[in-house]
Ligand binder design. Structure first.
Ligand SMILES: Cc1ncc(COP(=O)(O)O)c(C=O)c1O
Length: 424
C-alpha cells in the first residue's frame, strides 16, 4: 500500500475503508493481490449493477476494440452511439411511453446534474433550485450547492446561493407533512421562498442514509411542481438502472419527471452520464453545453449490451425476489439485537441498517471487511450500513454476504456487553 500513501492525495477515501490492493474482479467478487476473495456489497456505489467484468459486456468490448471501433469522437455520430440510442429508445423509453430527448453530458453523475440545473434555470429564467435535506447530487460546484452534507459543503468556501433546502419526506417525523409545508411556502407571499426553476429529488436518498420516499409523496411533489410551473428533476444516478426492480426508480409512483439524470450503472461499468428531458425543454443552442468526453464509445458499447438485460422481465423479477431476501435477513439481524435500536429501510436492492449509536455502523463495516465483505456506510453521521450488491449477484453469495454482516454484528454486540460487564 506504500505507493498510495506516498503519492496519492490525502483526499483518497474508500481505500481507507477497504485497505487492500484489488487485482481482479468478477460478478460480485473482488480478489486482492494476495488472492483473497471479497464479496462486494458496494458495487462501485451503484455502478456495477451488472457485476464486475460482466462476461457479456466484456466480450462486446473486446470485439469492438478488435474491430477498430472508434473510441473517442467528442459528440460526433458513431455506430456505437447509434446502436446505444436505438437500444435505449426501443428497450427503455418506448415501452414506458417516455418521450424524452437524450443529452450526453460529461461522463460522471455530477456532470448530468450540472446540465440539468443549468438548463432548468435557463428555461425558467429563475435562479432558485429547491433541493431536499440529506440530498446528495455530486461535488462539482453547482451540484455541491444542492447537496446537504456539511462534510462536503463546508470546505468549499464558495457561494452556495440560489438553493433552498426543504424537508424530505419524514425528515420531521411521520406526522409532519413536508409537502404541506412546501405548498405553504409556495403560496405565502411572505415565506421568503423564491419560486424555483426546478425541484431536484432522489426517490431514495442513497448517500443520505437510505431514506425512501413513498409513491404518494412523489406523486404529491410532482403535482405541486406542475401546479406552480416548476420543473421536476429526478436524480436517478444511484437508484435508477434497475436498482429498485424497475429500470427507473420513479416508475412505481407512476410519475413522469420533466428531467431525469442517469449515470453510474447506465455505462455497464464504464463512465457515462445522461440527462433526459421532455422534448419541449430541448432549448440548448448547438454546442452551448459542451465537454470533451461526451462520446465515450466504449461506454456506449457496454451500455448497449447492459440494456439487453431489459429485453425481458427476468432481471426485474430477480431484483424483486432478492429484495425480499435482503429485507427479511437484515430485519432478522435487527430483531436479534433489540439493544442496537436498529432500523431497516430500503427498496429493491438498496437497503440500510441504521444504528443510532455513533461509530457502531463503522465498526460493522470494518469487521465485515476483515471477514471478506466490502460494505459501505451512508447517512449524515455514517450511521447506516448500506447494502448495495450487484443486481446480478446469485442468491447463495447474497445470503453468504448477509451472514457475514450478521456475524460481525453478533461479535460487536457481544464485545459491547462484555465491556459493559467489566466496567460494572
Ligand atoms: C444521487 C446521486 N447523484 C449524483 C451523484 C454524483 O455522481 P458522480 O460521483 O458520478 O459525480 C451521486 C453519486 O453518488 C449520486 O448518488
Amino acid at each position: 500500500m506504500r505507493i498510495f500513501e506516498q503519492l496519492e492525495s490525502r483526499v483518497r477515501g474508500y481505500v481507507r475503508s477497504f485497505p487492500t490492493v484489488f487485482e481482479s474482479s468478477q460478478g460480485a467478487i473482488m480478489t486482492d493481490e494476495s488472492g483473497r476473495d471479497y464479496i462486494d456489497f458496494f458495487a462501485g456505489a451503484g455502478t456495477l449493477n451488472y457485476g464486475h467484468n460482466n462476461k457479456q459486456i466484456t466480450q462486446a468490448l473486446i470485439e469492438y476494440l478488435q474491430s477498430n471501433g472508434v473510441v473517442h469522437s467528442l459528440d460526433m455520430a458513431t455506430s456505437a452511439k447509434k446502436r446505444f440510442l436505438t437500444k435505449f429508445l426501443e428497450t427503455i423509453l418506448e415501452p414506458r411511453n417516455l418521450d424524452y430527448k437524450v443529452q450526453f453530458t460529461g461522463p460522471t453523475g455530477t456532470n448530468a446534474v450540472e446540465s440539468a440545473i443549468k438548463l432548468a434555470r435557463m428555461i425558467k429564467g429563475r435562479s432558485n433550485i429547491v433541493a431536499f435535506t440529506n440530498a446528495f447530487h455530486g461535488l462539482t460546484m453547482g451540484a455541491l450547492a444542492i447537496t446537504g452534507n456539511t462534510f462536503y459543503r463546508d470546505e468549499a468556501h464558495i457561494s452556495r446561493s440560489n438553493v433552498s433546502f426543504l424537508p424530505y419526506q419524514n425528515y420531521l417525523g411521520k406526522h409532519l407533512d413536508s409537502l404541506l409545508y412546501f405548498r405553504k411556502m409556495l403560496t405565502d407571499n411572505s415565506s421568503g421562498l423564491d419560486i424555483p426553476a426546478a425541484v431536484i429529488v432522489e426517490t431514495i436518498q442513497a448517500e443520505g442514509g437510505i431514506n425512501v420516499a413513498s409513491p404518494e409523496w412523489l406523486r404529491g411533489l410532482a403535482q405541486l411542481c406542475h401546479e406552480f410551473d416548476i420543473l421536476l428533476i429526478i436524480d436517478d444516478i444511484q437508484v435508477g438502472n434497475g436498482r429498485t426492480g424497475d429500470f427507473f426508480s420513479f416508475e412505481e409512483a407512476g410519475i413522469k419527471p420533466d428531467m431525469v439524470t442517469l449515470s453510474k450503472a447506465i455505462g455497464g461499468g464504464l463512465p457515462l452520464a445522461l440527462l433526459l428531458f421532455r422534448q419541449d425543454l430541448d432549448q440548448w443552442k448547438p454546442g452551448e453545453h459542451t465537454g470533451t468526453f461526451r462520446g465515450n464509445n466504449l461506454a456506449f458499447v457496454a451500455a448497449t449490451e447492459a440494456l439487453s438485460y431489459w429485453d425481458t422481465m427476468d432481471l426485474s423479477n430477480a431484483v424483486k425476489h432478492k429484495s425480499i431476501v435482503i429485507k427479511d435477513a437484515i430485519q432478522a439481524i435487527a430483531d436479534k439485537h433489540p439493544d442496537m435500536n436498529a432500523k431497516v429501510r430500503g427498496r429493491g436492492m438498496i437497503f440500510g441498517l441504521e444504528i443510532p449509536e455513533r461509530g457502531v455502523a463503522g465498526q460493522i463495516s470494518e469487521r465485515c471487511f476483515e471477514k471478506g465483505l466490502v460494505i459501505e456506510l451512508s447517512g449524515a453521521e455514517s450511521q447506516v450500513v448500506k447494502f448495495l450488491p450487484p443486481l446480478i449477484i446469485d442468491e447463495e453469495t447474497l445470503v453468504k454476504g448477509i451472514s457475514i454482516v450478521e456475524e460481525a454484528v453478533d461479535e460487536i454486540m457481544e464485545e459491547k456487553l462484555e465491556n459493559l460487564t467489566m466496567e460494572m
